[in-house]
Design a protein around this ligand. Structure first.
Ligand code: FE2
Length: 442
């Protein structure tokens, strides 16, 4: 007998967003040459085949198993593809490709998971009484979209011949080079996090609302570019012991690091490691570096990385003491506000999106690369782990991860909300993350 499904509008919206998120991760996998699926482009991470199964295994474990109480049809895959690796401590993984299943078997598993998850979404299955359907599906959708970004930076490290070039939105043409300034931000209140009564989805680390008084400070109008970072490199910044913390120096020396991961030395010039091709290093695009490298640059220039509350003040504060939802105001993010929402594979020149300026005229605080802060990732007062994903944030409250704010070219629009926080360990250099510097008010 055919089911007659009556979808309420909020379920319909979730179903649309889930299908859109799947299209984005499917599109991403379609840029890989088939044999590249068994590569491990970053030594500390799983082989790529893991992620092909992980997105669906996560949905299965969270939605089908936990929220709807459905019996497994492939418990081995549910477990094999359950967890990624956070590259901290321990040795590097070294299992051979043959330890992993055939891609066809993983794709068959994925199809079956999707069909059952869709039944759950469409109302064809009843959730357990304890389930908050809206939160569960939002977690699954944003988890997938986060991987759409983290997978892109894994794929980025593969050589161009492992990939099939895909299209991208055009790069806006600048009228002239933007004027790099020091922007003075007056003392004021920054509202971090979000209240539990606020509408919309948030991850556990976004709660609760936290108001912080931030003394006056000054901040770079634009992200630090490859051109500015090149001055630091040419000045011997990577060899100056005093610019680096003990742990950063030890890491840098052990790994022989002397330039950003995205730079390639070619003869006597640097090239940029683009997603699909190498190109001469563009001096006007943001540099992407680890927290350790960003901190060394900041020290070299007599400044510091901004704190998380300082970032909020620069991005969301207004001269009249108010606060905005986005740097540019309340309008939902669109193409005129910045380089984000998976429209491009690489950064654009700083200042190319003046429509995204904050009230204090600080440029591109959202999009074109996450921004490192000097704030250690930790809980806001009132934090409670989500019972369906207890370790999402709490596993990283170890003092070894730093907050990033903003968003990159590969960050989906839904995660550009003010309360969203990203975090990575300080010596991880593969992320689409750069920085700007801050200092005392001049
Ligand atoms: Fe994951």
């Amino acid at each position: 007998m055919a089911h007659t499904l009556i979808l309420d509008p909020s379920r319909q919206a979730l179903a649309g967003r889930m299908s859109d998120a799947r299209a984005r991760t499917d599109e991403l996998f379609s840029i890989l040459q088939p044999e590249a699926l068994y590569e491990r482009p970053i030594p500390e991470r799983h082989r790529l085949i893991f992620y092909l199964g992980h997105l669906e295994a996560f949905d299965w474990n969270l939605i089908a198993r936990r929220a709807f109480g459905i019996e497994p049809f492939n418990a081995a895959f549910d477990k094999l593809f359950a967890f990624g690796i956070d590259p901290i401590g321990g040795g590097l993984p070294n299992e051979p490709p043959s330890d992993w299943p055939e891609a066809a078997a993983v794709r068959a598993y994925n199809q079956r998971v999707r069909a059952i998850v869709d039944e759950c979404l469409a109302g064809g299955r009843a959730p357990l009484e304890t389930t908050d359907v809206d939160t569960t599906f939002n977690m699954a959708i944003e988890h997938r979209l986060m991987h759409a970004e983290t997978l892109a930076y894994l794929f980025h490290q593969l050589p161009p011949e492992a990939k099939i070039p895909a299209g991208a939105a055009p790069v806006p043409v600048l009228a002239g080079a933007p004027r790099l300034r020091d922007v003075e931000i007056p003392e004021g209140i920054a509202t971090l996090g979000r209240g539990r009564e606020e509408p919309g989805f948030g991850w556990d680390n976004e709660f609760e609302r936290l108001q912080v008084r931030v003394p006056a400070f000054a901040i770079d109008s634009h992200k630090v570019t490859n051109g500015r970072f090149l001055e630091f490199v040419r000045d011997g910044g990577y060899e100056k012991r005093g610019l680096w913390s003990d742990a950063a120096w030890e890491w840098k020396s052990r790994e022989g690091i002397e330039r950003p991961q995205f730079w390639l030395p070619r003869d006597d010039a640097f090239f940029y490691r683009g997603m699909f091709a190498e190109a001469p290093l563009a001096m006007d695009t943001p540099v992407y570096v680890s927290h350790a490298e960003a901190s060394a640059f900041a020290r070299w220039s007599g400044r510091a990385l901004p704190t998380e509350p300082q970032f909020h003040r620069a991005a969301y504060g207004t001269p009249d003491g108010g606060e905005r939802e986005y740097p540019w105001g309340a309008e939902p993010p669109s193409d005129r506000h910045g380089n984000f929402d998976l429209r491009r594979w690489d950064p654009t020149p700083v200042g190319a999106f003046p429509g995204g300026d904050s009230a204090f005229l600080v440029s591109e605080l959202v999009g074109n690369g996450w921004e490192w802060t000097s704030s250690v990732f930790g809980p806001f007062p009132g934090f409670r782990p989500h019972p369906d994903y207890e370790g999402y944030s709490a596993n990283f409250f170890d003092g070894e991860h730093f907050v990033q704010k903003g968003g990159s070219p590969r960050t989906a629009a839904c995660m550009l909300r003010r309360s969203f926080r990203n975090w990575f360990q300080p010596r991880y250099r593969y992320v689409y993350a750069g920085f700007r510097t801050a200092g005392p008010r001049g």
